[in-house]
Structures are given as structure tokens and as C-alpha cells.
Design a binder for this molecule. Structure first.
Ligand code: E4P
Length: 218
């Protein structure tokens, strides 16, 4: 399973990249705003800065909600850097733009997916990635992981090449369960990746090994 980090924070991206397990980055307009990145020129520059830190795909989201606007913005984003993937919302214009970009060989990530039917449409339109938001479904007492499993089944039934990018991942158990289900990618905060390191028996075992070494090598 690929690990993407879901942030526009350059320090966090660099930290995840340095760990050696990062496969890409997802951003969205809210994450950009959180980092204080505003204005078209600054936003475009920030995408390039991210691409220069990470080896792998970087999702950059269009703001337009009409087909023509999505095509214009998506082409501008795709031209920024070879690692850019154009992120499109799951609305009719987004599906149409997804088909347009996939026919042109430009990679896409269809976002804000909350149902199997939406995931089926994204795959039919040739999306590179589909992003079901499992955390936001869990937030409203709906089974987010269940949705990922259903999408996996449908995609496998027809051998769709669209990769399932489990998004809105919030914690380490989300990551582990996505891996068990066979999600192709997960995207979450840095803590959902570094949290996988932690086990008290690792800490106590290492402390014991070091103490025993010290005793024998005074
Ligand atoms: C996906 O690409 C989104 O950026 C993201 O995963 C949303 O997560 P949130 O529900 O934690 O905002």
C-alpha cells in the first residue's frame, strides 16, 4: 500500500520523506488555507515546492466547478510539474473533466467520494485515483472502511485500474485496516504514519539491550 501524506505543511512533508516511506502528497484548498497559502501565484509555487521535496504523486485540486474552468485550471496545474495529479470533485463536471484528462494522458484524483456508485463513475471516467473519505463517514456514524471494502470488490470484479486512495484517514488503525482491505493508497496526517512505529515492548526491549551492553562494556 502506498503512503501519501495529507498536508500542505512543507516541514511535515520533509519529515515523512526523510523517514523513507512516503509515496506522495495530497492537498486540498482547506489544507492550503491552513498553511496561510493564498493567491493563485503563491498556491502554484507551493505545489512546485512540494514536488521538489517528495518523490511521488502530488494531488493539486481545481477550484472551478464548471467543465471549462476545470479543464483550464487542470491543464495549468498539470503543466507545473510531472508529479502533479489533477484533483477533481465528484460532480458531473468533475467526471466529464476526468474523462477529458484521462483521454489526454493527464493523471487525475477524483475526490469527495462517499458511495460505491460515485467510485464506479470515477473508474468509468478513467480516474487514476479515487478518494473515498473514510474518516468523514465515520464522523457521521457510517462505516467508512465498509465503503472501501465495497469499492475494492467492485473494482476487482471488473479489473478497473483506478487506484483506491483511502482519504480522510485519521489514525493508525485506519491505516492498518485500509491495508487489510487492500486499499492501494492511504492518505493521512504525519501522526497516522509515525504512530505505526510505536510499541511499548520495542521501547522496553531496546532499553534492556542498551543497559545490558553498557554492563558488559564498562
Ligand atoms: C483527501 O484528499 C482530503 O484532502 C482529506 O483526506 C480530507 O481529510 P479530512 O476529512 O481529515 O479533512
Amino acid at each position: 500500500m502506498k503512503f501519501f501524506i495529507d498536508t500542505a505543511n512543507l516541514n511535515e512533508i520533509a519529515e515523512a520523506q526523510a523517514l523513507g516511506v512516503l509515496d506522495g502528497v495530497t492537498t486540498n484548498p482547506s489544507l492550503m488555507a491552513k498553511e496561510g497559502i493564498t493567491g493563485a501565484a503563491n498556491i502554484l509555487k507551493h505545489y512546485v515546492d512540494i514536488c521538489n521535496i517528495v518523490d511521488g504523486d502530488v494531488s493539486a485540486e481545481v477550484i472551478a466547478t464548471d467543465f471549462e474552468g476545470m479543464v483550464q485550471q487542470g491543464e495549468e496545474l498539470a503543466a507545473l510539474h510531472p508529479q502533479i495529479v489533477v484533483k477533481l470533485p465528484m460532480i458531473a463536471a468533475g467526471v466529464k473533466a476526468c474523462k477529458y484528462f484521462s483521454d489526454k494522458g493527464i493523471r487525475t484524483n477524483v475526490t469527495l467520494v462517499f458511495s460505491v456508485g460515485q467510485a464506479l463513475l470515477a473508474a468509468k471516467a478513467g480516474a487514476t485515483y479515487v478518494s473515498p473519505f473514510l474518516g468523514r463517514l465515520d464522523d457521521i456514524s457510517t462505516d467508512g472502511l465498509g465503503l472501501i471494502a465495497e469499492i475494492r470488490q467492485v473494482y476487482d470484479n471488473y479489473d478497473f485500474k483506478t487506484q483506491i486512495l483511502s482519504a480522510s484517514v485519521r489514525n493508525t488503525m485506519h491505516v492498518i485496516n485500509c491495508a487489510k482491505i487492500g486499499s492501494d493508497v492511504m492518505t493521512g496526517p504525519l501522526s497516522s504514519i509515525t504512530g505505526l512505529l510505536k510499541h511499548p515492548l520495542t521501547d522496553s526491549g531496546l532499553a534492556q539491550f542498551l543497559a545490558d551492553y553498557q554492563k558488559g562494556n564498562k
